[in-house]
Design a protein around this ligand. Structure first.
Ligand code: NAP
Length: 277
């Protein structure tokens, strides 16, 4: 349904058309869509008309809950288990999407790990760095490779990678995640250029500290409140803020935004966020 609206003072020049369900008929896969930010993104895309596949790796009950919430909202949704740090799992997951749906329109790479051992660069452990890299960099990389032909089958699509301000600003106890998110920013640029000709747009969303998420709860120790006091917008970014931006990047209104990683931080990066340890 299309709802016309117009500016009362400039009715012809500023007439806009708002489609509340721009993703009707589209299929979206949200990796790590069962909890936190991924779950908010799944809800946003679903309420904007998409059918949603919620990926998770360990906590099936959370995935089922996320699907039940989507169903309650009138969204067609399902859960799909798969470890985004395992290339065989990624291949199998996309094979299932192909078998069941034949194509894909939207891929959001939100699944990530690394905060289970919050450490600085010098204290990081080799195996932890490897598994963090596999999930946060190789996961989105191979997911994009698998998704591209499924999107081509639909005439194009959108991929959004969740990166982090910790890739651009020193963040205490965040080295493993921060470095992998920096790699993901660069990957976003390479994929964007290579896929643009196939009408597949790749972009990144780069939030600062997002309230109400398990990752930041693990790191907190008063740090979140201290940070909040220096945010020009006066509050932390919420999962809904991230979901709104991800959804916008997937609409055709954003079709000329290609290969950009957009910072979403209430202005905090403009003023210098953290004390040097
Ligand atoms: N929270 C923040 O402040 C913040 C800030 C900047 C960027 N980000 C980024 O935003 C994204 C979401 O963060 P979040 O804090 O919402 O995460 P979260 O609450 O920790 O949720 C993680 C989700 O990812 C899934 N997951 C983890 N490892 C996976 C794997 N190997 N394969 C498939 N799924 C996996 C989890 O599934 P299971 O429950 O089954 O394990 C869960 O659904 C991440 O990319 C993160 O780096 C977060």
């Amino acid at each position: 349904m299309q709802l016309p609206s117009s500016c009362p003072t400039h009715p012809t020049r500023y007439t806009t058309v708002v489609d509340p369900k721009p993703f009707s008929g589209q299929l979206a896969l949200v990796t790590g869509g069962s909890r936190g930010i991924g779950r908010a993104i799944a809800q946003k895309l679903g309420t904007m008309g998409a059918e949603v596949i919620v990926n998770y790796v360990r906590r099936e009950a959370d995935a089922q809950l996320a699907v039940a919430e989507l169903t309650e909202l009138g969204v067609t949704a399902s859960a799909l288990q798969g470890n985004m740090g395992d290339l065989d799992d990624i291949h199998e997951l996309f094979a299932k999407v192909k078998d069941t749906h034949g194509g894909l329109d939207i891929l959001v790479n939100s699944a990530a790990r690394g905060l289970e051992r919050p450490r600085g660069a010098m204290a990081s452990l080799p195996q932890h760095l490897r598994t963090t890299f596999e999930t946060n960099v190789l996961g989105p990389w191979f997911a994009a490779k698998e998704a591209a032909p499924l999107m081509e089958a639909r005439g194009g699509g959108a991929i959004v990678n969740l990166t982090s301000l910790g890739a651009q600003r020193y963040t205490p106890n965040y080295a493993a995640v921060g470095v992998t998110k920096g790699a993901l920013d660069t990957l976003t640029m390479y994929l964007a250029v290579e896929l643009a000709g196939k009408h597949i747009r790749v972009n990144g969303v780069c939030p600062s500290w997002v309230e109400d998420t398990s990752g930041v709860r693990a790191m907190d120790g008063g740090f979140g409140e201290k940070l909040r006091q220096s945010i020009p917008a006066g509050r932390h970014v919420s999962p809904a803020d991230v979901a709104n931006l991800v959804a916008y990047l997937c609409t055709t209104e954003a079709e000329m935004i290609i290969g950009q990683t957009i910072v979403l931080d209430g202005g905090v990066s403009l003023i210098g966020m953290f004390d040097v340890p």
